[in-house]
Design a protein around this ligand. Structure first.
Ligand code: ASP
Length: 357
């Protein structure tokens, strides 16, 4: 069955089609108002959300479907100790499609393994957030008219920022891309993502700590929030939380046609004065998110029983447990130590992709 775990589960042709559909939905919403009549979406959010959950729900309602779900783990039987696997097993018997978010990396894989219907990963810890990438690329396409030949700066928390991981994975497949990685050393992009999405593909990149120095060359500036909830050390968060603040003065150093994206919520990384700048596209991005989610729901329901065309990891049961403190294997009952060998020969956890020592 088709699911969406990782943005790389969709080919660039499929992404083009989703964007085309999203733009048509925006122009002709009435054409789509009954496309999912009698279908139900479950939004299972074990972690807080505003845009992702509500845009999924709004998307399904605008397609004529219905919605059920929960918006926090405490409002579900997770609070009584139920496993993620059991929750998905049960709910997938009630609905046609599931969008799930969970604080643990790899939880969406557990969902997929236990579901009777398509599952969309709406964010699994600091791992991936593919539908935010759908919102990002639709906005880029609308504003720049292309997804290639772009210098893309990602700024802030590149370590825990799942939207950054999915965006880099996605954009690494287009030609003429350069990445500028702007972060404090402590929040640098993890080696796995750098290897997979940048080095292995010979994509030019720079790592830099100063936003002012980076900004003049950028076509896209992707700001991110420092992910407070993922820090194991609260003092470290306090020290790093104000690492970057985009101000109107810094915007003066940027190209006239650079665009600013942010997956939101913003804490203080972008001064509200920047909102009036025509290059600020983060609220437009939230609208694109709804149309892209509508296009995705229609696609997954339509293609539910078609053969899948994605590369499946060759997994086996390893002898060691994953040591990543953020991995679902640390909390979910009786999960096997499933691992796979990556292209460099490292053994990685099949859920969160961390190296298993
Ligand atoms: N809303 C995005 C996410 O769920 C970004 C963020 O929370 O900072 O990852």
């Amino acid at each position: 069955m088709k699911h969406l775990l990782n943005i790389l589960d969709l080919t660039t042709e499929e992404l083009d089609d989703l964007i085309k559909t999203a733009l048509d939905i925006e122009a002709n919403p009435e054409k789509y108002q009954d496309k999912c009549a009698h279908k139900t979406l479950a939004t299972l959010f074990f972690e807080p959300s505003t845009r992702t959950r509500l845009s999924f729900e709004s998307a399904m309602l605008s397609l004529g479907g219905t919605v059920l779900g929960f918006s926090s783990a405490s409002a579900s039987s997770t609070a009584k100790g139920e496993s993620c696997a059991d929750t998905i097993e049960v709910v997938s018997g009630y609905v046609d499609i599931i969008a799930m978010r969970h604080p643990k990396e790899g939880a969406a894989q557990v969902g997929i393994d236990h579901s009777r219907c398509p599952v969309i990963n709406a964010g699994d810890g600091g791992h991936y957030h593919p539908t935010q990438t759908l919102a990002d690329i639709c906005t880029i396409y609308k504003e720049k008219g292309r997804l290639n030949n772009l210098t893309i700066g990602v700024c802030g928390d590149l370590k825990y920022g799942r939207t950054v991981h999915s965006l880099l994975a996605c954009m690494s497949r287009y030609s003429g891309i350069k990445f500028v990685l702007i972060s404090p050393k402590e929040l640098a992009l993890p080696e796995f993502e750098k290897q997979e999405f940048i080095k292995n593909k010979n994509i030019p990149y720079e790592e830099i700590q100063s936003l002012e120095e980076a900004i003049p060359q950028l076509d896209i500036l992707y700001m991110t929030r420092i992910q407070k909830e993922r820090f194991l050390d609260a003092n470290e968060y306090e020290r790093l939380k104000d690492s970057y603040i985009l101000t109107a003065e810094k915007m003066e150093l940027a190209k006239k046609d650079m665009i600013v994206l942010h997956p939101l919520p913003r804490v203080n990384e972008i001064s509200v004065k920047v909102d009036k700048d025509p290059r600020a596209c983060y609220f437009e991005e939230t609208r694109c998110g709804k149309y892209m989610r509508m296009a995705l729901i229609m696609k997954l329901l339509k293609e539910k029983n078609e053969p899948i065309n994605i590369e499946i990891k060759d997994t086996f049961v390893g002898d060691k447990k994953c040591a990543n403190p953020h991995c679902i294997t640390g909390t979910e009952q009786e999960l096997e130590n499933l691992v796979y060998k990556d292209k460099e020969g490292f053994i990685r956890c099949a859920y969160c992709d961390s190296i298993v020592k």
